[in-house]
Design a protein around this ligand. Structure first.
Ligand code: HEM
Ligand code: HEM
Length: 192
């Protein structure tokens, strides 16, 4: 039987994120890993066609992260997330703060990335299909500052996502509260 916003899911399904949100969560992880690794590779490459192609791919996959994040937040507004995992209020607040920080950092890195490309006087393209019209003009100093912001933000995402993943795994394996199953289509998300 299908569930809708009007008929909330019953049983353990109440404690699981919906399939669309789960898919976007794991696609975001793969795309962020790809952009982070390609970003690191670009830093050591000499200027040339290979670097330009890698930057083009990095920008396009970065735009996919932006699309996934916007879709995820839109979905979150339509379908509220499951009740939080039971625990001390301070721990629940820390989990909320972590999720909020990850969303904020994603936007900071993505917007700084796009603005940096425009400030360098280049175009932001999506897999060669189309280009976004620039919202700012060339500005070397600004490009440099946005580049720093982009790099610090990307490093912070990796650190916070690492802590977030360890917390989820510890919950699931040691506290045995089915935390990972909340973001997976299998396993039993427990509550209480
Ligand atoms: C979550 C998504 C992203 C992550 C994790 C990420 C990460 C990184 C990292 C680690 C670097 C190397 C450090 C640096 O040189 O600044 C980098 C460079 C770069 N990123 Fe991203 N990035 C993301 C999305 C984007 C987007 C959406 C754009 C543009 C639309 C973009 C444009 C660039 C450019 C142009 C560089 C190279 C700067 C240069 O050396 O010339 N990135 N990124
Ligand atoms: C770039 C990497 C990642 C990002 C940006 C990210 C981001 C997020 C965000 C924002 C949420 C909250 C969803 C919401 O309520 O709207 C979330 C939930 C979750 N994430 Fe991640 N995540 C990442 C990687 C991982 C990894 C590697 C794991 C596990 C190994 C993981 C496991 C989970 C689980 C189990 C939840 C549900 C937690 C709960 O219900 O309290 N995430 N993630």
């Amino acid at each position: 039987m299908s569930t809708s916003i009007a008929t909330p899911p019953i049983g353990t399904e109440r404690f699981r994120y919906d399939t669309f949100t789960q898919a976007l969560h794991w696609l975001t992880l793969i795309a962020v890993a790809g952009t982070f690794v390609s970003g690191q590779m670009m830093e050591d490459m000499p200027r040339g066609t290979a670097k330009a192609q890698l930057i083009g791919l990095h920008v396009s996959v970065g735009l996919l992260v932006l699309t996934f994040t916007v879709l995820r937040l839109a979905r979150r507004i339509c379908v509220p997330p499951p009740d939080p995992i039971p625990g001390a209020p301070l721990v629940q607040m820390a989990a909320k703060a972590m999720h909020l920080s990850l969303y904020l950092l994603l936007f900071i890195v993505l917007i700084a990335g796009m603005a940096m490309v425009w400030a360098k006087g280049r175009t932001v393209g999506f897999f060669g299909l189309f280009n976004f019209p620039p919202l700012i003009g060339p500005d070397r100093d600004l490009a440099e500052r946005l580049g720093e912001m982009h790099e610090i933000g990307a490093n912070l995402i990796v650190v916070l996502a690492g802590v977030h993943a360890v917390a989820a795994i510890v919950h699931h394996t040691m506290l045995k509260d089915g935390a990972l199953a909340r973001m997976l289509p299998f396993g039993t998300p427990r509550h209480g």
